[in-house]
Ligand binder design. Structure first.
Ligand SMILES: NC(=O)C1=CN([C@@H]2O[C@H](COP(=O)(O)OP(=O)(O)OC[C@H]3O[C@@H](n4cnc5c(N)ncnc54)[C@H](OP(=O)(O)O)[C@@H]3O)[C@@H](O)[C@H]2O)C=CC1
Ligand SMILES: O=C(O)[C@@H]1CCC=N1
Length: 293
């Protein structure tokens, strides 16, 4: 294990060992993203889950990472890693963290991906002050197009801040935010890919219902979403301005937007983002209760 520098320079990531405690969709998205970008080598990455050995074997053969199956291997991996990612569901977090807290030590950087769990709750669960990066990534990290909000505990050094930021920048964009804003990030970009997929599902279903083949409806929808996102990025124009350019006065787009307004589209999006952020807080409050029991 390498001791992370406390100065303000980025450590050589290739020398660090990282492990993912929890090996589900989000852990896999980050692992795949950082390996595809050559940020580190598969031998430097360990992963473990609770019981699903088949999944661990799959991940090991797919990415060449070290999958820990036995309790001894899991404990050793947690003890010896420089960076420990917490990647289990919020409902499992309190028990999982309490179980291993004696294996962890302040020389390690803890990176939490867990929705809603505050730094303060995590410090209670760990039972000792440790450097913590609380993050809210999204699954688009898989292809290097993630969007991750990050907050830090007070004990995080400049070097560890740079490290956490570099890890997530390698798989997309990062935003360092005040901790309470992480709930908003959850509502916006953490859950956000699902909103876009939901919209795509509805567009494909509409195209098919109105007579296109399923395949044509799917391809046209994908290209439309891809093109629209790229247009915003490439032109730097506001989405509202780009929308105006599609919307001819009294034309077909205006007719469609009027339908969206009839169904209160903007209000629906605000309510959804707000509810997601609230739900993250509720899940965080549940973990806090479990941390104290
Ligand atoms: N999915 C997403 O889009 C995002 C998820 N997140 C956060 O990431 C975290 C993980 O989510 P996601 O990947 O979707 O969840 P998954 O259900 O896909 O994966 C959860 C993983 O945690 C493991 N696990 C649960 N309990 C334990 C335990 N006691 N010891 C070891 N491993 C354990 C599970 O193992 P097993 O299968 O063996 O039970 C499984 O590998 C959540 O906290 C979520 O809030 C954050 C941003 C986006
Ligand atoms: O749905 C969830 O709870 C997690 C957090 C953000 C995305 N998925």
């Amino acid at each position: 294990m390498t001791t992370l520098s406390t100065s303000g320079t980025l450590p050589d990531i290739h020398t660090l060992r990282m492990c993912f405690y929890g090996a589900g969709s989000m852990a896999e998205a980050i692992v795949r993203g950082i390996l595809d970008r050559g940020l580190t080598e598969p031998e430097r990455i360990g992963m473990m889950n609770r019981q699903n050995a088949e999944r661990m074997n799959e991940l090991s053969s797919r990415y060449g990472i070290n999958g820990a199956i036995t309790a001894e291997d899991k404990d050793a991996m947690l003890r010896e890693s420089d960076i420990v990612f917490l990647a289990m569901k919020p409902k499992d977090a309190a028990e999982a963290i309490k179980r291993v807290r004696d294996l962890l030590h302040p020389g390690q950087l803890i990176v939490s991906l867990i929705a809603g769990m505050t730094i303060s709750t995590l410090e209670t669960l760990l039972g000792k002050p440790m450097p913590i990066a609380r993050t809210m990534p999204n699954t688009s990290s898989t292809i290097g197009l993630g969007a991750t909000g990050i907050s830090f505990s007070t004990s995080v050094s400049d070097s560890q801040r740079l490290l956490a930021d570099a890890l997530f920048q390698a798989v997309g964009l990062t935003a360092i935010v005040e901790e309470p804003m992480l709930e908003v990030v959850t509502g916006l970009s953490g859950s956000g890919p699902a909103y876009i997929y939901y919209m795509m599902e509805a567009m494909i279903a509409a195209g098919s219902k109105l007579g296109l083949t399923e395949e044509a409806a799917r391809e046209l929808t994908i290209q439309t979403v891809l093109g629209a996102a790229h247009m915003v990025k490439a032109t730097g124009e506001d989405p509202a301005e780009l929308r105006r350019k599609v919307t001819s006065p009294n034309g077909s787009t205006q007719a469609a937007i009027e339908k969206f307004d009839e169904y209160r589209f903007t209000e629906a999006v605000l309510a959804a983002v707000t509810r997601s952020a609230e739900r993250a807080m509720e899940m965080g409050a549940d973990i806090e209760r479990n941390a104290k029991s």
